[in-house]
Design a binder for this molecule. Structure first.
Ligand code: TRP
Length: 452
């Protein structure tokens, strides 16, 4: 039963929702360690260039597709390119939604456990060896991480079930300001630690010799993941944007907010890491091993640790709802199911994959190929294969398949906005973005590999 499609209520609501999607574990959990592993400031510099030069145009392209078609990703390609193979690109997005949510809810569950541990004062030992063994025995234990993962999935489904305006928009408008507030507090705490300056230096003083092909490709992949582009999340959100809102300025604001949060997360984490004399290349466990160790030695540590894990959980939640919404919009519009049924089916089936992903960390060692367990495989394939592939389809579609006039009409709200940079935008999505994305993609499938 297709009733009238819901829309976001206000421009601020659109920005909160899209920024909520973009700002997530990618900014706070992934960005700091990827930056740490790839030269800190050198990585940041390349990252910024990619966000502005490629990320913003790709995001705008997703908004254009979504708002023009007024539909979920599969339906959108069907409407804009009838009787073609393009809806396949939408299915790549639906697949990506499954893979991303499966491993993402696993990590989101860990944040709830760590929030709980902090509140209950439950760390066995605060030294590195103790925290490392506590973390690895927790994530491989099975029922416990599964329990937290399911709690997280239920929260996500609850908000999505409430709908676009009364669920997604409403919660983002509350949670995003809270997230910013918490982050600022953490940055202040970190910068006022003795010897914090070294961390600032690490993040902002680029060593150009560190920039190589690997750094470039890592930065592009990270920018896609962080901006939520390449799988139709922003096609879906774009389809709920009011016809009067300015798509370009929305894409720009969302990208600025996302990047600001990544930089602030770096400023919360690196100065503290350096202040305690730890090397920043701690990998994915930076947040679950290094930080608890630091908090345990810091004045007021427990308070800051609590708000840190609340921050992480909020960031994750506003992202998971945006990914679940893609599948829910698809099921309700293409298969004509009710929102309640769609949410149940989507959350239920994704949970199965999610649980396998959690169990692959320990109890089900068979779920692995060549040393990578299901979790690693899903994380790697989504960021390095599905998102670049989806992003490539999106820019080619908007750049070469849609009529230029249609694209410009959507960007300028049928001519009522100037759209000053539209020629530059066209050049980027026709030529620059496809080539850049293809490089990442070829790297991801190993044709062009740098071996990492
Ligand atoms: N951008 C989110 C983050 O940084 C994750 C995310 C949400 C995402 N929706 C997405 C990533 C769509 C890729 C595509 O954590």
């Amino acid at each position: 039963m297709e009733t009238k499609r819901e829309n976001f209520g206000s421009k601020i609501g659109v920005i909160a929702a899209a920024a909520g999607s973009a700002i997530g574990l990618g900014n706070i959990w992934r960005f700091p360690y990827v930056a740490g592993e790839n030269g800190g400031a050198a990585f940041l510099l390349v990252y910024l260039v990619f966000v502005v030069g490629i990320g913003v145009p790709v995001m705008l392209s997703e908004f254009v597709i979504g708002r023009r078609a007024q539909s979920n990703p599969v339906g959108a390609f069907k409407r804009l390119a009838p009787k073609s193979l393009w809806p396949f690109a939408g299915f790549v997005g639906i697949t990506a939604a499954f893979t991303i949510l499966a491993f993402y809810t696993t990590v989101a569950g860990w944040t709830l456990e760590y929030l709980y541990l902090t509140l209950a004062g439950g760390f066995d030992k605060a030294d590195k060896a103790g925290l490392t063994s506590q973390f690895s025995s927790f994530i491989s234990s099975g029922p416990r991480p599964m329990f937290w993962q399911m709690i997280f999935m239920v929260m996500t489904a609850y908000i999505v079930l409430k709908g676009v305006k009364n669920g997604i928009e409403k919660y983002n408008k509350i949670l995003m300001p809270l997230l910013f507030g918490i982050l600022i507090l953490l940055v202040i705490r970190s910068l006022t630690l003795p010897n914090s300056f070294e961390g600032v230096h690490f993040l902002f003083a680029p060593d150009f010799s560190k920039i190589n092909a690997e750094v470039l490709l890592q930065a592009l992949g990270q920018s896609f993941f962080s901006l939520s582009i390449g799988m139709g999340t922003l096609i879906t959100y774009g389809s709920y944007i009011n016809k009067k809102d300015n798509l370009s300025s929305t894409a720009f604001s969302v990208s600025v907010a996302d990047t600001l949060v990544a930089v602030l997360a770096g400023m919360a984490i690196f100065p503290a890491v350096f202040a305690f004399g730890i090397t920043p290349e701690a990998g994915p466990s930076l947040v679950f091993i290094t930080l608890p160790m630091i908090f345990s030695q810091m004045a007021g540590g427990q308070f800051f640790e609590i708000i840190f894990f609340v921050l992480l959980a909020i960031a994750a939640l506003t992202s998971t709802i945006s990914v679940l919404e893609v599948v829910v919009a698809y099921l309700s519009e293409e298969l004509k199911l009710s929102r309640a049924k769609s949410t149940l089916i989507a959350a239920g089936s994704i949970s199965v994959l999610g649980i396998l992903c959690t169990l692959s960390q320990g109890p089900l060692p068979k779920l692995s190929i060549g040393g990578m367990n299901l979790f690693d495989i899903l994380e790697a394939t989504s960021a390095t294969i599905l998102l670049p592939l989806g992003g490539l389809f999106i820019v080619i579609f908007v750049g070469w398949v849609m009529k230029k006039e249609t694209v410009f009409a959507e960007i300028t709200n049928e001519g009522s906005l100037k759209g000053r940079l539209k020629m530059l935008y066209l050049i980027i999505i026709r030529f620059i973005a496809p080539v850049a994305i293809a490089l990442v993609f070829l790297n991801g499938v190993g044709i062009f590999g740098y071996g990492g």
